[in-house]
Design a protein around this ligand. Structure first.
Ligand code: HEM
Length: 480
């Protein structure tokens, strides 16, 4: 009898490529991509995944969730059912798609306040070079900012809430990574006794204890006090979006789950981009002067506290720099990266003629690295932010030169009906924090390193080469 797993590998007309079960898949992917440039192939790695040609993303981009979904991919890769976290409710999806973009402009004074407050708290004030733990320090800044947006002040500055909200996503990732080492039929039994499950539950408990009183306060408040955005914008919007005929307990537990899912996406997404951009800044110091010219131009008009979304929009070279940093360090397998992770729920016929069965994980090659599809990309292996400065006249938010665009030649924020709805907010945060750091500190690679340190590759992820996985560190020096 052919096992379910063997059947999954064995899809007619789709060749199977093997590689390391964990670790760096790049060599296997590169060879496969050269061998099968225009057809899907099965990467039989940790989570067997059919890699589709990038042009097929276009034809699948708006396919209904009943056929191909992003949540199905999340459920498999992050074991969301057993983790009890990470599911995207339709109410949360609507909040991020409609309520978040509407509130970004009015949030700016608070954004500036949180960046300044947390930046000064975690970054060194010394005028001599001082080591920073780039990932851990920057995530505190992003955590404060997102917290101010999601749960408002003063909860966003509570150490309990902040630590639990930052740690929660990491616990989910580690829990699912270890859980998936076991055969599927055993996972249900093993999950409850795993150490990461305990950590995960602890973070949930702390978040629940912090957020529950806020929800209750908002729920019972009269209409005029509900208007205070300082009591947590997300909670307020979700309370309005949930069906009021449901019980208060049900709505409360849903909002707490939504809070956890949002912190997953909204804290760590921007933070990884920020960490990578700061490493790039330290690795390519020739860009610091150009970036500072823009920042100083804006500071001469308005102090940092008074910056608005339009101020950030005017930082064009900053936008190009961050775009290039995200291109060179995609948050999936770098250099031959994968993106656009999905799962099929019905058999899907691609324009190549191949049929992908239901219940199959799929992903696409990141097209930025396939020269054949984008011949206009000069020196794609080179870090060259100027490439995005050539023509900035197209006002469309998805014009491909923009940091936050979702186009087929840039899958940092996904593509199609499930492309990241928080990207304009997230990219504004990244540029704003980077501008603040550059205006106040000099930055360099620690330990006398030169050149761009290589990232770390695990599963389909690219991670910055900083502790705990790597040993690269940065040094900052306060500008006099
Ligand atoms: C700036 C850094 C960020 C990056 C790199 C990032 C990246 C992504 C990616 C790659 C996806 C999957 C898209 C797809 O598969 O087509 C996604 C989805 C999502 N992101 Fe972001 N994101 C960021 C910031 C944010 C922020 C700040 C929020 C919330 C305010 C957010 C909320 C979401 C949500 C709710 C989804 C799920 C959308 C859906 O499935 O319909 N993200 N993000």
């Amino acid at each position: 009898m052919v096992s379910r797993k063997a059947r999954k590998f064995n899809i007619p007309g789709i060749p199977v490529i093997t590689g390391p079960r964990f670790g760096d898949f790049r060599i296997s992917l590169k060879e496969a991509q050269e061998k099968y440039p225009d057809q899907p192939f099965m990467a039989a790695f940790f989570d067997p995944t059919v890699i589709i040609p990038s042009h097929c993303v276009e034809e699948l981009r708006n396919i209904p969730d009943t056929h191909v979904s992003a949540t199905g991919n999340m459920a498999t890769r992050f074991s969301t059912a057993l983790a009890g976290s990470g599911d995207l409710s339709k109410e949360l999806a609507a909040c991020v798609k409609y309520d978040v973009p509407r509130a970004v402009d009015s949030f700016f004074p608070y954004l500036q306040e949180e960046i300044k407050h947390s930046g000064n708290q975690v970054l060194p004030c010394s005028e001599t070079w001082t080591r920073i733990e780039v990932q851990q320090d920057l995530v505190q800044i992003v955590g404060h900012v997102i917290g101010r947006f999601v749960v408002g002040a003063p909860l966003n500055r509570s150490q309990d809430w902040l630590k639990a909200s930052i740690d929660h996503a990491i616990s989910v990732i580690m829990f699912s990574f270890w859980l998936r080492q076991f055969p599927e039929f055993l996972r249900h039994y093993i999950a409850p006794i795993m150490p990461y499950k305990r950590k995960l539950e602890q973070s949930k408990q702390v978040i629940k204890a912090s957020v529950q009183p806020l929800i209750e306060k908002q729920r019972t408040a009269n209409t005029s006090s509900k208007a205070s955005s300082e009591s947590g914008r997300l909670v307020q919007w979700l309370l309005e979006r949930y069906d009021q005929s449901e019980s208060p307990q049900f709505i409360q537990s849903q909002i707490i789950k939504d809070h956890n899912t949002l912190c997953f996406a909204a804290i760590h997404g921007p933070n990884v981009l920020l960490v990578q951009a700061l490493i790039d800044l330290a690795s390519y110091p020739q860009y610091i002067t150009l970036l500072r010219e823009e920042i100083d131009r804006e500071l001469s008009q308005n102090p940092f506290e008074e910056w608005t979304n339009e101020t950030i929009d005017r930082l064009e070279f900053m936008d190009a720099f961050c775009k290039e940093s995200s291109r060179m360090n995609p948050q999936s397998v770098s250099k031959l990266p994968l993106a656009w992770f999905r799962k099929t729920h019905q058999p899907i016929t691609l324009s190549t003629g191949h049929v992908i069965p239901e219940d199959t994980l799929i992903a696409a090659m990141n097209p930025l690295f396939t020269l054949k599809d984008f011949p206009e990309m000069e020196d794609p292996e080179k870090f060259h932010p100027e490439r995005w400065m050539k023509d900035r006249s197209n006002p469309h938010p998805d014009a491909n030169f923009r940091f936050g665009s979702t186009t087929l030649d840039s899958l940092t924020f996904g593509y199609g009906r499930h492309a990241c709805p928080g990207r304009s907010f997230g990219t504004a945060i990244v540029k704003d924090v980077l501008a603040y750091i550059l205006s106040r500190w000099d930055v360099r690679l620690g330990g006398g390193q030169t050149g761009r340190p290589d990232n770390i590759y695990m599963d389909f992820q690219t991670m910055p080469p900083v502790p705990p996985l790597g040993n690269v560190y940065l040094e900052l020096k306060a500008r006099s």
